[in-house]
Write a protein that binds this ligand. Structure first.
Ligand code: NAI
Length: 287
């Protein structure tokens, strides 16, 4: 399999990282967002990240020039229709994701692979109303944050996904340094299913928000547990709003099993807008 061009929809935390990673691996990328200015701001951030990487001698001038040439920021209606792959990285909401895929279904060429970067919504639900060919070319591609650095990509197959596409993508990602994992379409896939307990138990331990305890739990999980980040630091990085949506979605998928229930602190943080690094305040403050 060869991926030469990708359309990335949603220019937030994940779309930006995914677009950057593909550009760095010789793929032409069009990045779109419902708000053009959001896509443009993400484009600027990607460019300044490349400039920083160049100043640290991670890439030479010719490489940076090639990466920049690979990235195009476009308006929602203006993007090309003949990409090899489309990756959706918009808000974690089934109905809105389905609207986007239904629109893409009308315009993209038939052989384009459709993929969602959802953290928890069943891929089967997004694919089920599309034509047979589209369903066969549809899977989950779950990147981790930051997508330029994290090696894991979960490749999620539905009952209709063509084996050769899933396996082709597996080999393609491996060729470019990712560590892909094939997994079946189950709530939370692998990582977000297992990680629910990492976050959930940390909230139960905390009970009520207490800054010292947040730091202590993170410190223990890193220094004693061997995790690279503690649960609260990690939620700040992911986005507490995004993590809350994922918790709700996994909880609902398991018929509201109490062990997956979201915690009130999560809701309070979201309601008060303290949703993590992207707004410079979450469990911690960022300058
Ligand atoms: P985000 O909130 O940073 O960005 C979402 C972007 O999508 C925003 O720029 C928004 O304007 C745009 N958008 C929303 N609706 C749209 C539409 N109908 N058409 C076009 N653009 C639209 O969210 P983030 O964190 O990038 O998450 C995106 C997806 O990736 C979600 O499904 C999330 O569950 C998943 N994900 C998030 C991870 C994380 O650590 N934040 C990790 C892995 C997956």
């Amino acid at each position: 399999m060869n991926i030469n061009s990708v359309l990335v929809i949603g220019a937030g935390t994940m779309g930006r990282g995914i677009a950057q990673w593909f550009c760095q691996h010789g793929v032409r990328v069009e990045l779109v967002d419902q708000h053009l200015e959001m896509a443009q701001a993400s484009g600027d951030l990607i460019h300044s990240s490349w400039d920083k990487l160049h100043s640290k001698a991670k890439f030479d001038a010719d490489e940076i020039k090639a990466f920049k040439k690979n990235l195009r920021i476009v308006d929602m209606m203006e993007h090309q229709i003949d990409h090899d792959l489309v990756i959706e990285a918009i808000v974690e909401n089934l109905n809105i994701k389905c609207q986007v895929f239904n629109r893409l279904d009308e315009i993209m060429k038939e052989s384009t692979i459709f993929a969602s970067n959802t953290s928890s919504i069943p891929i089967t639900k997004m694919a089920k109303d599309l034509s047979k060919t589209r369903r066969e070319n549809f899977l989950g591609l779950h990147f981790f944050n930051p997508a330029t650095i994290m090696k894991l990509v979960e490749i999620i197959e539905t009952p209709w996904s063509k084996k050769d596409i899933a396996h082709g993508l597996y080999d393609w990602f491996e060729r470019y340094g990712k560590k892909p994992a094939l997994c079946k379409d189950s709530p939370g896939f692998i990582v977000n299913r297992v990680a629910r307990n990492f976050y959930g138990e940390s909230f139960h331990r905390l009970e009520n928000y207490d800054k010292d305890q947040v730091e202590e739990i993170d410190r223990v999980m890193k220094n004693v547990g061997g995790f690279r980040m503690g649960p609260f630091e990690l939620m700040d990085l992911i986005g507490i709003d995004v993590n809350y949506d994922v918790t709700q979605s996994v909880w609902a998928s398991y018929y509201y099993e109490p062990r997956f229930r979201p915690h009130k602190i999560q809701r309070e943080m979201v309601d008060s807008g303290r949703i993590g690094r992207k707004v410079k305040e979450g469990f911690y403050r960022y300058e």
